[in-house]
Design a protein around this ligand. Structure first.
Ligand code: THU
Length: 157
């Protein structure tokens, strides 16, 4: 038997101003996207912004439904829209922000497992590491690839 350990490295920033300009633009787009959430049940507004290799950014926000499971998280809304509208373009990053009562959460919101799996798929499809920016008002966390948020990813088929 061997004991093994998985370590995850990420960067923490204290404000948008600390980010480099392209990351700042993407983070801001995710904050802006929280205003596009349709979340009448949870009132938890999540925004996601996907960056393509060519610099284009597309946004998505969570969409809820009276039949709860029919709704969709912001990350998957953004990623599916991104892939469906620009199927041959590689994606290189996603930023995620969440707010309540019109206020950005102080600490970053972390994506659900299903969204991490979908991010992993688009990273695989793109053939490039997908950076992940988790954006809070007081802290921003930056991961260099989705593997850091989903160790031992399932991508074997
Ligand atoms: N939500 C997201 O948009 N992304 C996540 O990663 C987790 C949760 C949404 C789903 C639902 O509309 C609301 O947040 C409350 O769970």
């Amino acid at each position: 038997m061997t004991n093994k350990e998985i370590k995850i490295a990420y960067q923490e920033y204290d404000s948008l101003a600390e980010l480099d300009p392209k990351d700042r633009e993407l983070a801001q787009a995710s904050i802006d996207a929280t205003a596009q959430a349709y979340a009448p049940y949870s009132k938890f507004n999540v925004g996601a912004a996907v960056l393509f290799e060519d610099g284009v950014i597309v946004k998505g926000a969570n969409q809820e439904n009276a039949a709860y499971p029919s709704g969709l998280c912001a990350e998957r809304t953004a990623l599916f829209y991104a892939s469906a509208s620009r199927p041959d373009k590689p994606m290189t990053a996603i930023a995620i922000a969440a707010g309540q009562n019109g206020q950005l959460l102080e600490m970053p919101a972390t994506p659900c497992g299903a969204c991490r799996q979908v991010m992993a798929q688009y990273q695989l499809k793109s053939g490039l590491p997908m950076k992940v920016l988790l954006v809070g008002a007081h802290k921003i966390w930056k991961f260099e690839k989705i593997d850091d948020l989903l160790p031992l990813i399932f991508d074997s088929i």
